[in-house]
Design a binder for this molecule. Structure first.
Ligand code: TMP
Length: 209
């Protein structure tokens, strides 16, 4: 990544039902109070082309999709988001909050589907143009409990067996073990306000540096 990058990327990872979205909202409100403008993005999606790719990826009717196609479509959606908005925002010095990023592909397609993780890293470097989050939160919840909290129709990935979702969770824990300074594991069974306080603690630390 270019050394002149002034902005800060904070990413949020975890399964649906982990309280991820609630915590992103709370952090956005916090920044608003601080009069610090933030850009919120989600993956896959965030820009027109990537939202179209998202629809293909999550459509439960696309049962024929293979792991290779799935991996590359997540990467394609990411590449477009990076090029169109994420990279320019970071170059301008903005704080960007992103709901999911490359770690998701590492765990959902890598650990979950068995796609070569080192290959995902390589393609990921290309797709992200080397952008790396400064801080990543992984909201950790028992896979079964997380899935049970979903109260809408499940998407193509969420429909997968519990063993798959357990592998995804183990993948996140393995990534966090490798990169403890960047990836903070948060016990998602704690209360909303307890979690928000933990999140703020980490965020304030990176801004005080
Ligand atoms: P969302 O529900 O958090 O919006 O994410 C959409 C789904 O896509 C979710 O089930 C996780 C999955 N996903 C992957 O499998 N790989 C990826 O790289 C990303 C970003 C998401």
């Amino acid at each position: 990544m270019a050394n002149n990058m002034k902005g800060i990327l904070i990413t949020f990872e975890g399964s649906e039902g982990s309280g991820k979205s609630t915590q992103i909202n709370l952090l956005q409100k916090y920044f608003k109070k601080q009069k610090k403008s933030t850009l919120f993005l989600r993956e896959p999606g965030g820009v027109k082309i990537s939202e179209k790719i998202r629809n293909i990826l999550l459509d439960v009717k696309n049962t024929a999709m293979g792991n290779e196609c799935e991996t590359l479509l997540y990467m394609a959606a990411r590449a477009q988001l990076v090029q169109e908005v994420l990279l320019p925002a970071l170059q301008k010095g903005e704080v960007v909050l992103c709901d999911r990023f490359l770690d998701s592909t590492m765990v959902y397609q890598g650990y979950g589907c068995g796609v070569d993780v080192s290959l995902i890293k390589k393609i990921g470097h290309f797709a992200t143009q080397g952008i790396q989050p400064k801080l990543t939160f992984f909201f950790d919840i028992d896979a079964k409990k997380g899935l049970a909290r979903i109260n809408r129709a499940k998407d193509r990935i969420e429909c997968r067996a519990i063993a798959y979702h357990n592998r995804v969770r183990q993948g996140y824990l393995a990534l966090a073990k490798n990169e403890p300074r960047r990836i903070k594991v948060i016990d998602a069974s704690k209360s909303k306000s307890e979690i928000h306080d933990i999140v703020l603690g980490h965020v304030e630390k990176i801004f005080s540096k």
